[in-house]
Design a protein around this ligand. Structure first.
Ligand code: NAD
Length: 357
């Protein structure tokens, strides 16, 4: 998996190579920015064709986290860990304990959590070695656990805002095409169904597709053909880089708003959406619910605080779209400009936040 990021890359503050052959650990941690606080971003476990692909993915994802955390107004910088999935059988606990020791060596400059390919159980193994980890089972009514439902809630609220602006409509009665029925996509379908939207779904696991279709009265389309779906909203909730020059020509939706990171293959693809009068809700503005939950868990917030911040996702998207309209910018470029302004305005790395954690 090689995700692409929306805008030109800025160099990371530091890159840490992880290698423990006995534990099967082979990867990197990228600290893109600690300017707003500890670099926070999940740990991805994926099989990469070569090391360059792994490094490229980690760099882009870490930078994306800097922007996402700034736009969500979190006292956190951006970082990411990317590990190569070992061949054959391996001891998962041992692998994540070794990863935990690597996180511990960074002494709070990096905070990890789940990402694609990693689970709550993996983060528990990390917790055995360091406290700089979130996404652990919730305790005493505090935030924690799988952050995906929060991500889905934020995407849903952003979609409401986008539909109001672009279509002058509520979600009720609109056709929404959801690509990918994993943790976020399936939760999003539940919320959309409850709001009265009509669902079209695509998912390579036929059993899951059938289950969601049955539960929410959804139409199933093929993985590729969902791009041609007659719908008001296209919600990419599977892979990054899904919209390129070729695919954008096929879209019939008026709005693109989904959970996937790095939806646009290149920044120019965001301009292509503008040319086609399709409103693009920038990915890292709308999919920050999960990292808000992770931040709340790490920084000791209440669930109410997390909920309040996630519920502001629609308002944050509205601010980005207004800034775009006022300045004649495409939404993805407006989001980048606002995020950069927040990052530059931050004081030196926030030691106070580290101590509070
Ligand atoms: P997931 O792995 O649980 O789900 C992804 C789903 O997409 C899987 O069901 C998979 O089978 C399906 N899929 C793969 N290729 C597909 C294709 N070509 N067409 C249709 N479906 C396809 O992941 P998730 O946690 O639901 O996250 C979804 C996306 O949102 C990812 O890009 C992730 O990086 C991003 N994201 C997730 C969170 C979170 O809280 N989980 C937060 C921010 C961003």
């Amino acid at each position: 998996m090689v995700d692409t990021v929306c805008d030109s890359a800025t160099p990371p503050e530091s890159v840490h190579v992880l290698r423990d052959d006995d534990a099967g650990l082979n990867g990197i941690i990228v600290l893109h920015s600690t300017r707003r606080g500890p670099a926070a971003g999940g740990c991805r476990l994926w099989r990469y064709g070569d090391h360059a692909a792994l490094v490229g993915d980690a760099m882009r994802l870490a930078e994306g986290m800097t922007y996402k955390n700034a736009m969500a107004d979190l006292p956190l910088g951006g970082g990411k860990a990317v590990l190569n999935l070992p061949e054959g059988d391996f001891d998962r606990r041992r692998l994540f304990a070794a990863f935990g020791r690597a996180v511990a060596r960074l002494e709070g400059d990096y905070v990890t959590a789940e990402d694609v390919g990693t689970s709550v159980a993996d983060m528990e193994a990390v917790r055995g070695e360091t406290r700089h980890v979130a996404g652990l089972p919730p305790r005493d009514g505090r935030p924690g656990g799988d952050p995906s439902p929060w991500t889905a809630r934020g995407v849903f609220l952003a979609m409401e805002e986008a539909a109001r602006r672009q279509l002058g409509s509520e979600l009720k009665g609109l056709r929404v095409a959801v690509q990918g029925l994993g943790h976020v996509g399936s939760a999003l379908c539940g919320m959309l169904h409850q709001a009265g939207a009509r669902l079209i779904v695509a998912e390579p696991r036929p059993g899951i597709a059938a289950e969601i279709a049955c539960r929410y009265d959804a139409e199933i389309m093929g993985r590729d053909s969902i791009l041609d779906a007659r719908c008001a909203i296209f919600a990419p909730c599977a892979l990054g880089g899904v919209l390129d020059a070729e695919n954008i020509r096929r879209l019939r939706a008026s709005v693109v708003c989904g959970a996937a990171n790095n939806v646009l293959a290149t920044p120019e693809d965001g301009d292509r959406l503008v040319d086609r009068s399709i409103l693009y809700a920038p990915d890292y503005v709308v999919n920050s619910g999960g990292i808000i939950s992770v931040a709340g868990e790490y920084l000791g917030w209440s669930i109410d605080e997390v909920a309040t911040r996630v519920h502001a996702t629609g308002v944050r998207l509205g601010a980005v779209l207004s800034h775009a309209a006022q300045n004649g910018l495409a939404p993805h470029r407006a989001a980048d400009a606002l995020a950069r302004a927040r990052i530059v305005a931050a004081p030196a790395p926030a030691a106070a936040v580290r101590e509070a954690a």
